[in-house]
Design a protein around this ligand. Structure first.
Ligand code: MN
Length: 210
């Protein structure tokens, strides 16, 4: 599918005159020579708090909304709802989506870095519903897997599970509460909302209790 088509759902859901989110006009499929693929995790206090995991692939960001965020505990399977592809420029977005708009609330760049596919054929892995990869971020490191769960009748979006693979980084400590701040601005959700005119009280309940 062309990247233009892939971003149609993303664009349809948003009013770019109202929201500061990027339109994703600059669609550019990077050459095969490019060695690194970007990943970002955006902590998003919308209707409900979640962490948007995005993996760069063929000019767009494949995206999953993870309500509880990632866990370094290999016994923990985190629900990850597959959502629409986002433009690569979205990776730089931290700020406020106006209330009443799609995804209205506060967005934080919670982690970013590069991802390395461990499945030899990424498209085949996505189709099959089992993508193995490693992350080289500031908070997220090591080997992970996304596994598609069986689709339930009437379910609009595919549910996947995000699971940590066993490696040197495995831990039972909760990375989301240990490291709640933005990797680009060092702000909490509350501070982003306060600085940028968002709903401070709503944003604050996505931060860990003091
Ligand atoms: Mn989101």
């Amino acid at each position: 599918m062309s990247t233009r088509k892939r971003l149609a759902e993303y664009r349809k859901k948003r009013k770019f005159k109202v929201s500061a989110e990027p339109e994703g006009k600059a669609i550019k499929v990077r050459s095969r020579k490019k060695v690194s693929l970007a990943f970002v995790v955006q902590k998003h206090r919308a209707t409900a708090l979640h962490y948007d995991l995005r993996l760069e692939w063929q000019g767009v960001m494949l995206s999953w909304a993870v309500p509880k965020g990632p866990s370094y505990d290999t016994k923990v399977k985190r629900m990850a709802i597959h959502v629409e592809d986002h433009p690569v420029e979205y990776n730089a977005f931290e700020g406020i989506i106006p209330e009443g708009e799609y995804g209205g609330g506060t967005v934080m760049i919670w982690d970013r870095g590069i991802w390395i596919p461990e499945s030899p054929d990424v498209d085949a892995a996505l189709q099959k519903g089992e993508l193995k990869f490693s992350l080289e971020g500031l908070k997220l490191l090591g080997s992970w897997v996304l596994v598609r769960a069986r689709r339930k009748p009437g379910q609009a979006r595919d549910a996947w599970l995000l699971i940590k693979h066993r490696d040197q980084w495995v831990s039972e400590q909760d990375v989301t509460s240990l490291f709640p701040r933005s990797v680009v601005s060092n702000r909490l959700l509350l501070e982003i909302a306060r600085d940028e005119g968002g709903n401070v009280r709503k944003a604050a309940d996505g931060d860990p209790p003091e």
